[in-house]
Design a protein around this ligand. Structure first.
Ligand code: NAD
Ligand code: UDP
Length: 315
């Protein structure tokens, strides 16, 4: 991995993942330009970075062109939680598609490397388990999750067309469910919901019967994987799955959170949202072989600092 200092643009840099990535890259000695329109975040996530001499914040919506000079681009901008990406679905698709076009145009002009934060959602409700990168997915094109899933799929298409047409230096990471400190307490994703509910003594809302599965990756592991992929040999375009193969049912997650918080909350069952995938687990053979990467942090180890964060940062 190259250690020379680079000018690195992170779109969505004030978000959950973007803020951790910003911090890590600053610690490695790089200049970080954080671009965000604060659609699903606030300056609070990056407040501790604002005085850093190598950190710059720009309020900007990636659906509009951006002219800056950079060496690398992490394209992270996009609401990631179902309740947020379904709030304004047209804007979600625009962010993925127009955002990808604008950032790929920037990468083409500056000859920068560009990494796309794609998602396990491109596999939809998968019929192949665990999911390998060569699986094309099972996605509803007209459902309530489609603005996100199809937006991300189209962004992947754009990345590979820029590669074929313009030889742009692309990397595509398919990120599986990631959690950790700085998720928004009202984000709606399962880990933050369950921890908040448990800490406040509210009922834990399980959608469906709770037998659907997810594989949860701690944010520090994921950030390692993203940086390794960005700095990998140029021919490695991906898509590469990045996630923790440890698979849990949603009910198991709820029980773990209750035990670890010492909560007296009860489980309640609510209807399963439309097109909610029944199972999800990454096959990370490629990441292991090509990036020498695999997660090191178990769910229990990662939940501890996440619970501590919510305990101390949320009243
Ligand atoms: P997040 O919502 O915390 O962060 C997204 C950031 O993008 C926010 O700061 C938001 O304000 C910003 N943003 C949204 N639209 C924008 C626009 N048009 N212009 C500029 N900024 C904009 O979500 P996250 O969990 O940090 O996810 C980051 C990226 O990783 C997303 O692209 C998401 O799809 C992808 N991803 C995340 C996960 C996960 O589990 N966290 C899984 C798969 C993929
Ligand atoms: N989920 C749940 N209760 C909640 C929030 C989510 O049971 O309060 C379920 C949701 O239906 C899904 C899983 O947890 O099956 C993961 O949901 P999340 O929104 O975190 O991510 P995604 O569905 O995008 O993987």
């Amino acid at each position: 991995m190259s250690t020379s200092s680079k000018r690195i643009l992170i779109t969505g840099g004030a978000g959950f993942l973007g803020s951790h990535l910003s911090e890590r890259l600053l610690n490695q000695g790089h200049d970080v330009l954080c671009v965000d329109n604060f659609y699903t975040s606030t300056r609070r996530n990056i407040i501790h970075l604002l005085e850093h001499p190598n950190f710059e914040l720009m309020r900007h919506d990636v659906t509009f062109p951006l002219y800056v000079e950079v060496d690398q681009i992490f394209n992270m901008a996009c609401p990631a939680s179902p309740i947020h990406y379904q709030r304004d679905p047209v804007q979600t698709t625009k962010t993925s598609v127009h955002g990808a076009i604008n950032m790929l145009g920037l990468a083409k002009r500056t000859d920068a490397r560009i990494l796309q934060a794609s998602t396990s959602e491109v596999y939809g409700d998968p019929e192949v388990h665990p999911q390998t990168e060569d699986y094309w997915g099972n996605v509803n094109p007209i459902g309530i999750r489609s603005c996100y899933d199809e937006g991300k799929r189209c962004a992947e298409t754009l990345f590979f067309d820029y590669r074929r047409q313009h030889n742009t230096k692309i990397k595509v990471a398919r990120i599986f469910n990631t959690y950790g400190p700085r998720m928004l307490p009202n984000d709606g994703r399962v880990v933050s919901n369950f921890i908040m509910q448990a800490l406040q003594g509210h009922d834990i809302t399980i959608y469906g019967d709770g037998n659907q599965s997810r594989s949860f990756c701690y944010v520090d592991d994921l950030v390692n994987g993203l940086i390794r992929l960005m700095n990998s040999k140029e021919e490695l375009t991906g898509p590469v799955n990045l996630g923790n193969p440890g698979e849990f049912t949603i009910r198991e997650l709820a029980e773990k959170v209750i035990t670890m918080t010492g909560s007296k909350s009860s489980l309640i069952f609510e209807p399963l949202p439309q097109d909610d995938p029944t199972q999800r687990k990454p096959d990370i053979t490629q990441a292991k072989a090509e990036l020498d990467w695999q997660p090191a942090i178990t769910l229990e180890e990662g939940l501890k600092p996440t619970i501590d964060y919510f305990r101390t940062h949320v009243s």
